[in-house]
Write a protein that binds this ligand. Structure first.
Ligand code: CA
Ligand code: CA
Length: 418
């Protein structure tokens, strides 16, 4: 009978089948479904009510808490989410690859930081500079640190991410690999002026106490706000104390009731070996914004200010590498002066060999009727001594005139006469 196969035979009753099915269901309920979260949450989470892992912070990526998340940073690239706004925070700053076992970012070359959130400085600034974020550069090397007129901060999205080298004095280039050559005034262009600025310190009421902090091209000094305590001599000494100024004249005007005054400051000479770098540099006119003044510590007066105006900014003496009369070797930092020019910065025109029968080989002159300086000034760093000469003249190898380093004057023709 065909139905006979479907009938239960003795010993395989409906009851025993139901029992077996129940056992399976119970074993499922008991062992693997209701009481256990996936992979026991891998030890990085707690099993919740519905057998869902509640992963520890940083292990949320997948349901069994098996993959670790990496540090996050402002993404280098991301889709803009509103006008001119992008760079959302993302894992490894959306530029590195996350190692899911250790939770650390593997950054591409040139990126650094736990979340690849910073650029590395080029060549580590060649060991001749400080690697700074743009925000730090603005804060520590700009006027912000010192306040003053025109103070600013830099807070764009990459302010803490993009790095720049601030080279040590005398070095330049993006990675500070270039050595700056001596600079000077081109000796060929004459009758030029030195830059001059007026510095006015003042307040509207009261009497100023405390110090202003002046900054010029990354170097600074403090000086008494009350000009009665800061005369022309003090002013000159203070400016000349800066490494980036060689010779300055300073003339203080009348001092007002609040202690204010205006100082006429002439930047007569900058140092031959420049106290400059890739950030602070100029070719003769540093610009008015090279000067800043912090009035934050002034007391006793209302609205203290320290401001600068231009007195002379045209027809200026040059301050250029090798005085424009030589070629700078940026590897050695030495000038190769073109023929006819000498000194470390090529700023002196040598006497020329001439083929003219009646030419003046070297002529020094001043065009000023009221001139009171020296037409020729010979200087040495060696103390007075007979072991060197300041001037020596000879005809066919025979001395005719010598001014020794100790001041002894020998005029050979004259001696012969006696
Ligand atoms: Ca010149
Ligand atoms: Ca001086």
């Amino acid at each position: 009978m065909t139905n006979g196969k479907r009938q239960c035979r003795p010993g395989t009753s409906a009851t025993s089948i139901a029992m077996a099915a129940l056992a399976v269901v119970l074993s499922y309920m008991d062992g693997e479904v209701l009481a256990v979260c996936p992979n026991m949450c891998n030890g990085h989470g707690e099993c919740g009510l519905e057998n869902v892992c509640e992963c520890e912070t940083g292990w949320d990526l997948v349901a069994d808490c098996s993959l670790k998340e990496c540090p996050t940073g402002v993404s280098w690239g991301s889709k803009a989410y509103e006008e001119n706004t992008a760079h959302v925070v993302m894992e490894c700053s959306n530029v590195g690859v996350c190692d899911r076992v250790t939770g650390s970012c593997s950054c591409p070359s040139g990126y650094t930081g736990s979340a690849c959130q910073r650029l590395a400085c080029p060549n580590d600034c060649s060991g001749r500079g400080t690697c700074a974020t743009l925000g730090q550069a603005a804060e520590f090397y700009g006027v912000t640190r010192y306040g003053g007129v025109g103070s600013f901060v830099y807070t764009n999205w990459e302010a803490d991410m993009v790095m720049t080298c601030i080279c040590d004095w005398g070095y330049t280039g993006g990675d500070c690999s270039l050595r700056m050559c001596p600079k000077g005034d081109d000796p060929v262009t004459t009758l030029q002026e030195s830059p001059r600025v007026a510095m006015t310190v003042n307040a509207t009421d009261g009497v100023m106490e405390g110090n202003f902090v002046l900054t010029f091209q990354g170097e600074s000094f403090a000086f008494p706000a009350n000009a009665t305590q800061f005369d022309s001599t003090d002013c000159e000494a203070a400016f000349e104390g800066l490494g980036n100024l060689e010779d300055v004249t300073c003339s203080r005007g009348d001092v007002g009731a609040e202690g204010g005054a205006t100082f006429d400051i002439e930047l007569v000479a900058f140092p031959t070996f420049p106290h400059q770098n890739n950030v602070f540099s100029h070719d003769g006119w540093p610009g008015l914004d090279a000067f800043s003044c912090d009035a934050a510590n002034i007391t006793g007066a209302t609205d203290p200010v320290c401001k600068f105006t231009v007195l002379q900014d045209n027809n200026l003496k040059e301050y250029e590498f090798c005085s424009r009369r030589g070629i700078c070797d940026f590897e050695t930092g030495r000038c190769d002066c073109v023929d006819g020019f000498s000194r470390a910065n090529c700023d002196v025109s040598e006497s020329q060999i001439t083929e003219d029968l009646d030419a003046d080989v070297l002529e020094l002159y001043t065009t000023l009727a009221n001139f009171t300086g020296n037409v020729l000034y010979l200087k040495t760093e060696r103390e007075s001594s007979s072991y060197f000469n300041l001037i020596k003249a000879a005809s066919e190898g025979e001395n005719t005139f010598v001014l020794a380093g100790d001041g002894t004057l020998r005029m050979y023709k004259v001696r012969e006469l006696f």
